[in-house]
Design a protein around this ligand. Structure first.
Ligand code: HEC
Length: 208
C-alpha cells in the first residue's frame, strides 16, 4: 500500500533536488524558503506574508543545517518570549473547562477556507492526549491526561500553564507548540478556558 506513496515521493524528490542543486541551495533553509516562495499561492486570508518569519522562527529554522543555536541565543529567545506574555489583569487564570474542551477540539482558524471573523480553536488534540474519552489525538506533544491531578492546582501551576499556552517558547525555545496568545490565535478568555480544562478537578482531563 505504501509503494505508490513512496514512488510518488521519489519522483517528487527526483524533480526537486536537481533544481535546488543547480541553484546551489540544496539542503539549506534558503533553499526551502525559495521553494515555498515559488509554490505557495496566496488565497483569502492566507497571504504571502505567511512566509515571513519572525526573529524566533528565523533562528529556530537555522538550526537543522546552519550553526547550532548558542546558549546565549536560547536565553535571548526565552527572555523575548517571556516578555511577550500578557497575564490576565484580574489575576484569574481559570475559565470554564466546558468551553475549554470545545476550544481544544476545534482546529479551525487562519486557513484560507476559514471565516476570519470567527474566533479560532486551539487544536490541542492534534498534538496532545487530553480527556480520556477522546480517542482521536496526536502524539507530537506529551499526554496531558490527568495534568491537574498530577500537578495540583495551586497559583504557581495556574500561572505557568497560562504562560505556557500563551507562549510555549518562553519555556522551551523552538518548541513546535504554537504561541497561542503571542500570535493572537486564542484570546485571554479562551486561554483561561483551556487552562481550566487542564486544571479544574471537574474536567474530564482529570477524571480517572
Ligand atoms: C503542533 C503541536 C501542538 C499543539 C497544536 C499544541 N501543543 Fe502543547 N505541546 C506541544 C509540544 C511538542 C510540547 C512539548 C514541548 C514543549 O514543552 O514546548 C507541548 C507542551 C505543552 C504543555 C507543557 C506540558 C508540561 O508538562 O509542562 C502544555 C501545558 C501544553 N502543551 C498545552 C497545550 C494546549 C492547551 C494546547 C491547545 C490550546 C496545545 N498544547 C496545543 C505541541 C503542541
Amino acid at each position: 500500500m505504501n509503494r505508490a506513496f513512496t514512488l510518488a515521493g521519489l519522483i517528487g524528490a527526483a524533480i526537486m533536488l536537481p533544481a535546488l542543486a543547480s541553484a546551489g541551495l540544496a539542503g539549506t533553509n534558503d533553499g526551502a524558503a525559495a521553494v515555498l516562495q515559488q509554490s505557495f499561492t496566496a488565497k483569502g486570508q492566507a497571504g504571502m506574508d505567511r512566509l515571513d518569519q519572525d526573529d524566533v522562527q528565523r533562528l529556530c529554522s537555522r538550526a537543522p543545517d546552519g550553526p547550532a543555536l548558542s546558549e546565549k541565543e536560547y536565553a535571548e529567545i526565552m527572555a523575548s518570549e517571556e516578555a511577550s506574555i500578557r497575564y490576565p489583569a484580574d489575576g484569574q487564570y481559570l475559565g470554564d473547562w466546558r468551553a475549554g474542551e470545545k476550544i481544544a477540539q476545534n482546529g479551525k482558524g487562519f486557513q484560507s477556507s476559514d471565516d476570519p471573523t470567527q474566533s479560532s480553536g486551539g487544536n490541542c488534540y492534534a498534538c496532545h492526549q487530553l480527556a480520556k474519552g477522546e480517542v482521536a489525538y496526536g502524539t507530537i506533544g506529551p499526554s496531558l491526561y490527568l495534568y491537574g491531578k498530577l500537578r495540583g492546582n495551586d497559583a504557581e501551576t495556574q500561572r505557568y500553564t497560562y504562560a505556557k499556552i500563551y507562549n510555549s517558547n518562553a519555556f522551551l525555545p523552538c518548541s513546535s507548540m504554537p504561541r497561542f496568545g503571542h500570535k493572537g490565535i486564542l484570546d485571554e478568555q479562551q486561554i483561561k478556558d483551556v487552562v481550566a480544562l487542564l486544571l479544574d478537578p471537574q474536567s474530564p482531563v482529570n477524571a480517572e
